[in-house]
Design a protein around this ligand. Sequence first.
Ligand code: GLA
Length: 396
Amino acid sequence: MPNPRPHTPGEIAQKFSAHFRKKPEIYRAPGRVNLIGEHTDYNDGFVLPVAVDLSCWVGVTPRQDRKLVIYAENYSDQAEVDLDAIGSWQKKPSAVYPVGVAWSLEQAGHRLKGCDLYIAGDVPMGSGLSSSASIEVATALALLETAGIQLDRTKVALLCQQAENEFVGARCGIMDQFISCHGKAEHALLLDCRSLHARAIPLPSDAALVVCNTMVKHNLAANEYNNRRAECEEGVQLLKKAFPAIAALRDVTSAQLEQHRQLLPGKIYRRCRHVVTENERVLHAAAAFEKGDQLTIARLMADSHTSLRDDYEVSCQELDLMVEIAVSQKGVLGARMTGGGFGGCTVNLVEHAAVEPFVLSVGREYQQRTGLKPDIYSLEAAQGAEAAVLVPNERC
Ligand code: GLA
């Protein structure tokens, strides 16, 4: 399966002009794949995501009034909202993320201008590659720049997360918005989700980043995500009996958890064990990437998947099968589920020479065993969000 063909700035400009009869400014923000560190971000822990070369694109021009007119290409739908009455807007799926971002920016005291917006995404929706964060961040840049407001990128990420938490109602962590804002070409970022300090970690030059989409998204995902967060919070409350100073599972080591496991009901213990051991795996993995220690990377990715499957219970048959098939192929340096779980994608590190046979053989076997034809992409680590520059012959 070839990669989805990314849009170009020229295409977005043309489509915008055809729709709104004006010439836009264009902004782009990428989706992401997470190498390791799943469900750790909302526990103040560590993650190792990569911004990928699939983006959301937003064309924008200012209006004279305080309205946002939002055309969402992926839904072939247009929505309108008055910036002074966002609270009474009837939420519709095609525009809930962009309107949520406008809401959180205004809540934070940033007075926006009315705008016409054309939104087009390369990131497959609902596949666990953070299409939503890419929409949020690209919209935030478009709205802020049009209003002449300069805002630090980490603040942009936090306000986008707030939009998702409070306007959309998904209690996501900061990973997706942060990497969409700060991604670095050819690198992953080791992000400390408490301090929001990030360090760039070079990706192996001999391996490609291959993403396999199971093509399923089980609809318990959103509910179960919020349940897992609540279970982690319960774990922290119970562990406080032994460690009053802890604020999050980030503050607990494996040894401490084992020593006091009798404080926790079985299920809560397993949830905590996933988070605590996953944090340790992220730090080891970052060091292994820096040393080029491929055996360790492979083991940590496998352990991460097992822990997500057995302790955190956010995998599913299709993800487990996709990983099982992947690790039996030649030239695979690591494979695991990526993102929130319950469907979506796996992430695989595959030696360049092995990518083509990997794509064919994993695609064939997965289809034989599930009846589903998976999308398999080889992605590049890309730069974070930016204003897109039109190359001269692309101008419309
Ligand atoms: C989703 C959320 C992230 C993170 C991952 C799991 O992608 O948006 O904040 O919690 O799930 O690691």
